[in-house]
Design a protein around this ligand. Sequence first.
Ligand code: ATP
Ligand code: MG
Length: 419
Amino acid sequence: MEIKAIRGFNDILPDEIGKWQFVEETAREIFEGFGFSEIRIPVIERTELFSRGIGEATDIVEKEMYTFTDRSGHSLTLRPEATASIVRAYLEHQIYTFDPVAKLYFIGPMFRYERPQKGRYRQFYQIDAEVFGVENPMVDAEVVLMLIHFLKKVGLENLELQINSLGCRNCRPRYREELKKFLEKKSFQLCEDCQRRLQTNPLRIFDCKVETCQEAIADAPKVMDFICDECQKHFDKVKEYLKMGGLDFILNPRMVRGLDYYTRTAFEVVSYQLGSQNAVTGGGRYDNLFKDIGGLDVPGIGFAIGMERLISLLPKDKEFTQYPHLFIAALGEENSKKAYELINQLHLHGIRAELDYEGKSLKSQMRRANKLRAQYVLILGEEELRRGKAVLRNMESKSQEEIPMRDLLNTLKTRILHD
Ligand code: ATP
Ligand code: MG
């Protein structure tokens, strides 16, 4: 029986990898320019970290976690998101003793047991950035600014930045009650999941994709009308700083984000090119998560970008694959040895070169050079060898020149690397 990959788990093949590398390199460059350092966290954590951190009444914890018992009977979970682990690492290694302000980013795969479909997988990659230890709304805006700068830098267009304020522990409970009262009158319209959410976490109903639920919630009270003065002040400042940074945004009172730990600022960037799985990235402030996980009172803010969705939006006309600089077509035993010697030198000098290992005819070697999309072909023929020359063919312009075998390496280096 043929063994295939598990549904929802993808291979990323060499013809696509250029896009991934480009996105990751750009993220590293930009985030580090904004003063962020990379952190790498384990793939598996104790289940408790996520159930406590993300919240029992969220989709992730209720039905999407890959949880299993290991051989010692511990309940472990494949990480469904990065924030809880990064918070744990900050507390565990007491990073705050060096500087209470930490700016960290992370790139890697996440695991959620969801129904696989376009833009939704069971293993998917995220780029994640977090700032710990700053309450000032200036940092909310700075993080969003960095995010938008990054998305534009990789070439995304027609993005919409949506923001909302979710209030805090002081003001959100009252909103929750109002929302619950409102929806109880319409509970017959709600799907089975939302009937349950109405009791456990009514804010989650905003995220439901079922049409009747969307209708039920259409004129529900808005969280923004219930936030306290402190939250209002914070939100006004965020908007002011975003404008100072030259960013356009829209207020979306229905965007409540899936995770329990968010407080105050929440944001999403959506692309209308993506269809129903349209959120490229989401994030927000979480001023209670630290207390829930480890007892310390540290404010935080961050975002997570879905890499698959981001990559599907990259400009179609941009070239991400690297093709060989040079293909060496050698004819005859002696030339083949020369080709071997030369290719090793070329590789040491950073020139992407290929050769034919099977002693094929010139015609078939040229075909392969074409297929590999080599920029140049160096032909080492018997006749040329006798004259101490080789032929260099530019595959794009189709022009050829004879070059002396002596000093071949330097000639090729100047031609190729200074092209
Ligand atoms: P959605 O509403 O689409 O389920 P989410 O609120 O669960 O998103 P977050 O937990 O905020 O998503 O994760 C941040 C980003 O990760 C999302 O905006 C999305 O781009 C991406 N993402 C989330 N779940 C998946 C998945 N199963 N497959 C691919 N990408 C995903
Ligand atoms: Mg989700």
